[in-house]
Design a protein around this ligand. Structure first.
Ligand code: NAD
Length: 424
């Protein structure tokens, strides 16, 4: 491969450049002026903190933590905190903006935020992680809160991390404040239905897309990439809706059954053997073959950049539902559009997770917890309305669904900024 090709491919795979390209296209289509584009691009607040921590062996180490609040125009910032050795402020900035657009697409009253601690959780003990988390929380204490900024789990953080943040914040406020974070354990103010929320949200938007094309669920062949939280829950719930999940793709390969895989049995098989392969109810096939097979719905639910200019032309799905964040490059978008693939973009398709986080925040503030049926009904209402908003916008403005989702989000945030006016 020549140096030039490597460079252009690298550029294509840069998720932040891709988000920027889509932002620009949407801002252009909306006719936003330069001043508004500057406001929308610039994070409202960026915090960098030093986190001194004593390690188990007695040494002192200073970690760096960030919290970026990209927009507070529509409500408190909302977004996860990730722990990773290579995370940068630039990455956190871009992810915070992404959250602003995602919350606006599903019309929940939050802005966007993201946080990070530069550390390698793989080499840290639970005690060290707890001390890092508590000191990080103490350092950003004045900037977070139910009315200000509501963090959540992200890469390498989980329910336990959220419980420590909630406890640290509560100790300083001398009262228990569960609504300061979401993604908490159920016993500490978490919401029912959160674990399934993202996969369930994907199922609702796929069902709406199938209606649009007049495809009955029973005639629908689904291929899912990734059998983690989003992929396994999505596959299970799509199968429950009567769709046939014909292939599942993991790192080690794929399993295929044209009659439809028994997802719950496959989950049990993976739990037992550590792999999806050699499953009684299907045959092993190469991952690349499954990705490119003839199907009605393809759900990339593993990681970013799996559909690029290199393979987009061979995708044979009618509908692409982006369970993962950023699975499709901007170059691939163009190819998919030419081939008539109906894309349900990530900021809509996987917004079920942040939507149920919003429900968690509401329940914590009400001090009244909903049953799972109510959570699921309200999630359905939001996902179906958002699907209609985005596709309606796409039809009205003759743009693809992704640009429509960005336009809708930018329009909603711009509207809030204009209504509030510029404080000086
Ligand atoms: P996860 O870690 O639970 O699952 C990811 C799965 O994908 C794992 O089983 C992993 O082995 C598999 N995988 C990784 N690389 C793969 C590859 N090349 N081919 C096939 N499989 C591969 O993660 P998750 O929470 O399910 O998140 C998946 C994606 O969805 C991420 O992009 C995440 O940002 C996005 N997302 C998740 C949520 C949520 O609520 N969990 C919400 C919104 C977006």
């Amino acid at each position: 491969m020549s140096a030039e090709v490597t460079t252009s491919l690298e550029k294509e795979l840069n998720t932040w450049l891709a988000a920027e390209a889509r932002f620009n296209q949407a801002a252009e289509a909306l006719g936003l002026d330069d001043g508004m584009r500057k406001i929308l691009r610039t994070p409202a607040r960026e915090i960098a903190v030093a986190i001194p921590v004593q390690l188990d062996d007695g040494r002192l180490q200073v970690f760096t933590g960030y919290r970026v609040q990209h927009s507070l125009a529509r409500g408190p910032a909302k977004g996860g905190i990730r722990y990773a050795p290579d995370v940068t402020l630039d990455e956190v900035r871009a992810l915070a903006a992404w959250m602003t657009w995602k919350c606006a697409v599903v019309n929940i009253p939050f802005g966007g935020g993201k946080g990070a601690v530069v550390c390698n959780p793989a080499v840290l003990s639970m005690g060290e992680l707890e001390r890092i988390t508590r000191r990080y929380t103490a350092e950003i204490l004045d900037f977070i809160g139910p009315e200000r900024d509501v963090p959540a789990p992200d890469m390498n953080t989980n329910e336990q991390t959220m419980a420590w943040i909630m406890d640290t914040y509560s100790m300083h406020h001398r009262t228990t404040v569960t609504a300061v974070v979401t993604g908490k354990p159920l016993d500490l103010g978490g919401s029912r239905g959160r674990v399934e929320a993202t996969g369930r949200g994907c199922t609702f938007v796929v069902r709406e897309a199938l209606k649009r094309f007049g495809i009955p669920p029973a005639d629908t062949r689904v291929v899912v990439q990734g059998f983690g939280n989003v992929g396994s829950m999505g596959a299970k719930l799509m199968a429950r809706c009567g769709m046939r999940v014909v292939a599942l793709i993991e790192v080690e390969g794929a399993v295929y059954n044209p009659q439809g895989l028994d997802i719950e049995a496959l989950m049990a098989h993976r739990k037992e053997t550590g792999s999806i392969l050699d499953f009684d109810g299907g045959e092993n096939i190469p991952a690349a073959q499954a990705m490119l097979m003839d199907c009605d719905v393809l759900v990339p639910a593993a990681k970013e950049n799996v559909i690029t200019s290199q393979n987009a032309g061979q995708i044979r799905a009618r509908i692409l539902c982006e369970g993962a964040n950023g699975p499709t490059t901007a170059e691939a978008d163009r190819i998919l559009a030419e081939n008539g693939v109906f894309v349900i973009p990530d900021i809509l398709a996987n917004a079920g997770g942040v939507t149920v986080s919003y429900f968690e925040w509401v329940q914590d503030r009400q001090g009244y917890f909903w049953n799972e049926q109510l959570v699921n009904e309200r999630l359905e209402e939001i996902m179906v309305n958002s699907f209609q908003d985005v596709t309606g916008y796409a039809d009205k403005h003759s743009v693809n669904n992704r640009i429509a989702a960005y336009m809708l989000a930018l329009d909603r945030v711009t509207f809030a900024i204009k209504l509030r006016g510029i404080y000086a």
